[in-house]
Design a protein. Structure first.
Length: 352
C-alpha cells in the first residue's frame, strides 16, 4: 500500500486510519482485515465491484456499521465505540434527503441548529457554504423548485456547514444524468480542495474516481487490492484484477522469460519483475496498441466504432486472438493491418 498523498492545498483536514477492520455477515467477510490511511486534507476514492466492501468501509468510518474487530482512528483518537453523532462527520449520500418544507438555506443550517448555533450564526454560515457551492441565488427555494444537481449541491453544503473533520460521500452523483454528474464532480473536487476537508468518496464510476481522487483504492472481497494515485492505478496496475477492472484491457496470450513479457514480437517490461517464466495472459491497454494499414499485415479489422475523439477498432490475429486498439485514423472491416505495441510495463497472470 502506498503512503497517503500530500494534498497540494493548505492542510486543514484530519488524519484517518481504518486499522485492520473486519466485518462479517454470516459466512461473508464484507471487510477482511482492511487497512486504510487518509492524510489530512486528502481525498481517497474507493472503487470496486458490487459487494467488494467499499460502502461498508465508509459506513464503518461513519459509525453506521459496527465492526467485529479493528479500530477507527480519527485525528489520533479511537472513535470505534462512539455513535455517529459524536464522530464529527459530514455525510452526503445518493439520496439527497432534503427537508421538503425547508428552504435551501434552512436545509443547510439544520445541522448547525442541532449543534445549538444562534440564528444569526446559522444564517451566516449557511449563506457562506451556499455561496461556496454556487447556490446563493437559490437560498429561499424549496427542494421541489431545485434540479437534481442543485439539490445535491444543497446536500453537500449541508454536510460542509458544520465544518466536519471528515467528509463522507457515498455514491453522491449516481442519480444524476451524465452531463450534470461530470459538472458536479468537478465542483466537488474544487470545493474539497478549497476547504481542505479529509474526504472518503465511494463510487462505482471509474471515470469519476480517476478524475477527482488524490488516491484511488481498488477493493476486492473486503480488502484493498491497490491504492495509489489515479495515473499509477491506471498505468501500473499492481495485479491482474486491477488491470482488468480499471479501464479497458486486452487479455492476450504471451509468455514471460528473461525478466520480460513477450508478445507479438515485442519485449515488454514487467510491472512485477518477480513474475514467473512461462505462458501468461498479458494485459495491454487499447491505447498502447497501434494499427498500421499494410496489405502485407497479418491482422484483419473486424469492426471499428467512432467514439468522437478516438476510434475503437477490433482486429483478429492469425491465431484467432482478437485485440482492441484506440486510435484516430479511419479503418473499415476487412482492412489488413500491422500491429505494434508501445513498450510499457505490463501485468501478467499465469496461463496453463
Amino acid at each position: 500500500m502506498t503512503s497517503p498523498a500530500a494534498p497540494a492545498v493548505p492542510v486543514k483536514g484530519t488524519a484517518v486510519h481504518l486499522d485492520h477492520l473486519t466485518r462479517t455477515y454470516g459466512p461473508v467477510r464484507a471487510l477482511d482485515d482492511l487497512e486504510l490511511e487518509l492524510a489530512p486534507g486528502e481525498m481517497v476514492v474507493l472503487l470496486g465491484p458490487s459487494g467488494c466492501g467499499k460502502t461498508t468501509a465508509l459506513r464503518a468510518l461513519a459509525g453506521l456499521e459496527d465492526v467485529d474487530s479493528g479500530r477507527v482512528v480519527v485525528g489520533g483518537r479511537d472513535v470505534t465505540e462512539l455513535p455517529t453523532n459524536k464522530r464529527d462527520m459530514g455525510m452526503v449520500f445518493q439520496a439527497y434527503s432534503l427537508f421538503p418544507h425547508l428552504s435551501a438555506l434552512d436545509n443547510v443550517a439544520f445541522g448547525l441548529r442541532l449543534r445549538g448555533a444562534s440564528t444569526k450564526d446559522r444564517r451566516r454560515r449557511a449563506g457562506e457554504v451556499l455561496e461556496l457551492v454556487g447556490l446563493s441565488a437559490m437560498a429561499d427555494r424549496y427542494a421541489s423548485e431545485l434540479s437534481g444537481g442543485q439539490q445535491q449541491r444543497v446536500a453537500l453544503a449541508r454536510a460542509l456547514a458544520i465544518e466536519p473533520s471528515v467528509l463522507l460521500l457515498d455514491e453522491p452523483l449516481s442519480a444524476l444524468d451524465a452531463k450534470v454528474r461530470t459538472q458536479l464532480r468537478e465542483e466537488i473536487r474544487r470545493i474539497q480542495q478549497e476547504v481542505g476537508t479529509t474526504t472518503l468518496f465511494v463510487t462505482h464510476d471509474q471515470e469519476e474516481a480517476l478524475a477527482v481522487a488524490d488516491r484511488v483504492g481498488v477493493m476486492r472481497a473486503g480488502r484493498i487490492e491497490q491504492i495509489a494515485a489515479p495515473h499509477e492505478v491506471y498505468s501500473r496496475p499492481a495485479t491482474a484484477f486491477v488491470a482488468d477492472f480499471i479501464g479497458l484491457s486486452n487479455q492476450v496470450p504471451g509468455s514471460v522469460s528473461g525478466g520480460a513479457a513477450h508478445l507479438l514480437g515485442t519485449r515488454l517490461p514487467l510491472v512485477d519483475p518477480a513474475t514467473a517464466d512461462g505462458p501468461v495472459t498479458i494485459f495491454v491497454r487499447p491505447e498502447d496498441v497501434h494499427l498500421h494499414e499494410d496489405d502485407a499485415g497479418t491482422a484483419t479489422v473486424l469492426s471499428s466504432s467512432f467514439l468522437g475523439a478516438v476510434r475503437r477498432t477490433t482486429v483478429t490475429l492469425p491465431d484467432g486472438t482478437t485485440v482492441v486498439s484506440q486510435h484516430a485514423s479511419p479503418l473499415v472491416p476487412g482492412d489488413r493491418v500491422r500491429v505494434e505495441l508501445d513498450v510499457v510495463p505490463v501485468v501478467c497472470s499465469p496461463r496453463s
